[in-house]
Design a protein around this ligand. Sequence first.
Ligand code: PEP
Ligand code: MG
Length: 596
Amino acid sequence: MDMSSKKEMIFTGIPAAPGIAFGQAFVVNIDDLPVTAEPVEKNRVEDEIARLESALKQTGEELSGLHSALAAEMGEEHAKILDSHIMLIADELMKTDTIQIIRSDKVNAAYAFSRVIDKTLRAFDQMEDQYLKERAEDIRDVKKRVIRNLFGQKVEGLANLRREAVVVAHNLTPADTVGFRKKFVKAFVSDMGGSTSHAAIIARSMGIPAVVGLDEISSHVKPYDKLIVDGISGQVILHPKEDTVALYQQAQERFLEMEEELLTIKDYPAVTLDGRTIELSANIETIDEVEDIKSHGAKGVGLFRTEYFFITRGTLPGEEEQYRYYSEVVKNVAPDPVLFRTLDIGGDKIAAWVDDTQEENPFMGWRGIRFTLSRKDIFRTQLRALYRAAVFGKVRIMFPMVSVVEEVRQAMDICREVQEDLEREKYQFDHNVETGIMIETPSAVAMADVLAKEVDFFSIGSNDLVQYALAVDRGNSRISYLYSPMHPAILRFINDTARAAHDNNIWVGLCGEMVADARVRGTLLLIGLGLDEFSASAYLIPEIKKIIRSVTYDETKFMVKMALKKATATEVVELIDRFIEEKRPELKELIPKGPG
Ligand code: PEP
Ligand code: MG
């Protein structure tokens, strides 16, 4: 099939991880693949028939395998539900009808097969009988299986990915994304999602370009279709023309050159022109990312999302397993610190071993510290492993999703008890681990002066803070226009938090995606807001360093003062763009742009 004959299509979504990638699609969880008529050359007709026969054979084997597995697990009686599928796939008439269409109309097997099946289904749809209606469902299922096999892709999805590809999905869970093999996944695109949904965050950490919130791309793309993914502007091009490919190749070159140039300053200090130093650390989810911290010049880890260790396992990891894992991370990052956040399960991060996770409103539900305080066994085990691992370097511990002060007090009590237990049991552990909380709910901001007296530090979680403060689901592309860390409401919240922290002599950082999402503009504001530490995906560290080293704290402080008085996010963006234009034009080149 000649790809170049297909019409180029452009989809626009939300840029989720920068970079430009070219590749062939791997479509995940395909339910109803769009089947269109493709002409088949006269001399390829017999090949097409052979493809059909092999797909039917493969489907038959798949179904028999399923039948045996079901019979072994549930008994022969249950396996009977597959009998009609198996009979259907062996139906000679269906096969000869399909072959006849391929021969006479010179069309692809998938289309010919769909025509035969759809005709049968239309007949079934006329019938009232419940039994026959169920048989119609069986026919639909067989159709999907055969068509998937014709496209050369098995049902299981991502686990089968063994070639370089652009992953296309309706939606991806954090667990899907963390399982990506970087070697194969060149980019990913999805119908759902926002720039701070966890799948996007993982793509950023892995340096894989991504575009989310594309609405319906997964229903247009078929396996092996050619795609360009522009994670900078948020455009995805299906069946790109030659000159489009050339244009994006140039954009990719520019992007890579810029990244390379930024890397040359990775080991310089993160200090403003007037001498204010900001600690720059990295957000990571797995031990595999430790290398990236060093290669990008981050000073340790400012957010280790420990929940990924839990959600990628079918069972709950015990103390020794966690201890070994955390120790490895601490040793590899030492002498720089690792800030471990205790389990932030819930929301979109679901672990297979937690029962009862069905909630009407998971982001407002059993999440973060609420979960660990109601499952103290899990909490204590994790804390024990962390205190023990801390002897290998410098560890900080942080609690997520705090909304009331009692949660912090309870958590601190548990930390004390855990340390007493370890002492009594004669374990080696670090007695001086700093303990802090995330500020990511509006109530935590309002109570920041009280909370600051309970802990050693704050780290602002802008991803959730924006979601809860503006009442906008961080993963919902439909209302993503409201999701803005540049909104004056958010800036006021950060400003209040920083002031409460400093009045109480504790340090305050930010580990949300505000610097990644709002890039140069977000970073400039955060410098002026007086934060002591930023933690972001490792690949962003050189860029943030460059921004910090290009401005004075004083001028950004002045800009923040004006931004806090603005009425809208757009006005804030305009203010910053004017600042860049007039005062620091060299920063303009860092604002992400697409091709052209
Ligand atoms: C945040 O909410 O900003 C944050 C860093 O935590 P997460 O993205 O894991 O919810
Ligand atoms: Mg959060």
